[in-house]
Design a protein around this ligand. Structure first.
Ligand SMILES: CCCCCC/C=C\CC(=O)SCCNC(=O)CCNC(=O)[C@H](O)C(C)(C)COP(=O)(O)OP(=O)(O)OC[C@H]1O[C@@H](n2cnc3c(N)ncnc32)[C@H](O)[C@@H]1OP(=O)(O)O
Length: 280
């Protein structure tokens, strides 16, 4: 169910609703604190912020907006108190229409490139479980604060889907090759505390507001730094990963569509969906 946010923010904040003349954010809200120049993107697609086509499009628009309007920082968090994001919408992957899945995965690639490569300083406040695509979203930010007692990781091995190169590159760049191998090959989900131990997140906190304060602190650290120099340095630091994935993006997406559409993977996805239904 899509819902709209009410404008209940303090005077210094502005709810940035429209990103083009005819669209509004329905799966998230983007709020700019005009005093600090830091915007908060709050994911709000109940129940689990699964990344449908529409969700990815809005995420892309919000990131674009943060660059175009030169925000001093972007904090990504969730309106849900239990889930940051459950990752890709499993319904998009199960029994997919061949054109739609191709476009869906291309959209995912576009969003990832935009976020990973954006010059805006980014931080994730992970205030709930953050699975697979949800973990990718957090890892694409520069800094991660996680609320205690949740789970984060890439569980593709358990879903029966291969981990895609984009997800692998992101995990490797944050926790290194060996830890990434150990985690990804078994689809390990880390508790917040374990995630801190391997460097998957930078801090663990007791609640969302504490997390937001920490993220604001990280972003405020760039107040005295030239935004242009900082943005370029970030791009240079990340360019090797981006270049390789851009070069192979079409090859990767076509291969993944072929794999995801195969009988074996579709059976595994069906079983995963069934397990989720039956857990209640
Ligand atoms: C070019 C790049 C190609 C990349 C290819 C990438 C391939 C895979 C990447 C992925 O991201 S696959 C997605 C993997 N995610 C999961 O397996 C998460 C599964 N969900 C959970 O573990 C739990 O839901 C949760 C997130 C821990 C939350 O648990 P909670 O108990 O709070 O909620 P539930 O009762 O389990 O779920 C509520 C409701 O949401 C539905 N749902 C959950 N996750 C998804 C999802 N990812 N997509 C769609 N729907 C989801 C779940 O079925 C429940 O529905 P109802 O039964 O209420 O209808």
């Amino acid at each position: 169910m899509a819902f709209r946010t009410k404008n209940l923010f303090e005077k210094t904040t502005k709810l940035v609703r429209s990103y083009s003349s005819d669209k509004i954010y329905t799966h998230m809200s983007l709020t700019l604190n005009e005093q600090t120049g830091i915007a908060t993107l709050e994911l709000a697609k109940p129940p689990v912020n699964s990344m449908s086509f529409g969700f990815l499009s809005q995420l892309a628009a919000a990131v674009q907006q943060s660059e175009a309007d030169k925000y001093k920082g972007l904090i990504i968090t969730s309106r849900s108190s239990g889930v940051f994001s459950a990752g890709l919408d499993l319904k998009e992957l199960h029994h997919p229409d061949s054109d739609r899945i191709l476009n869906y995965l291309r959209r995912l690639q576009d969003v990832w490139f935009q976020l990973y490569d954006c010059s805006t300083p980014t931080a994730a406040v992970i205030n709930g479980h953050s699975i697979a695509g949800g973990c990718l979203l957090a890892l694409s930010c520069e800094y991660r604060v996680m609320v205690n007692s949740f789970k984060i990781g890439m569980n593709e091995a358990l879903v029966g889907v291969p981990v895609s190169p984009m997800f692998i590159a992101c995990m490797q760049s944050v926790i290194g090759q060996w830890e990434a191998e150990k985690a990804l090959l078994v689809g390990r989900l880390f508790t917040s505390e374990e995630a801190l131990g391997v460097g998957l997140v930078d801090e663990v906190v007791g609640g969302k507001s504490e997390g937001v304060c920490k993220a604001e602190g990280y972003l405020a650290g760039f107040r005295e730094v030239s935004a242009r120099a900082r943005g370029l340095s970030k791009r240079y630091l990340r360019q090797e990963v981006v270049r390789d994935l851009v070069r192979r993006r079409e090859e990767d997406v076509k291969k993944l569509v072929e794999i995801i559409s195969s009988r074996g993977v579709q059976d595994s996805l069906g079983e995963h969906l069934e397990r989720m239904k039956n857990k209640k």
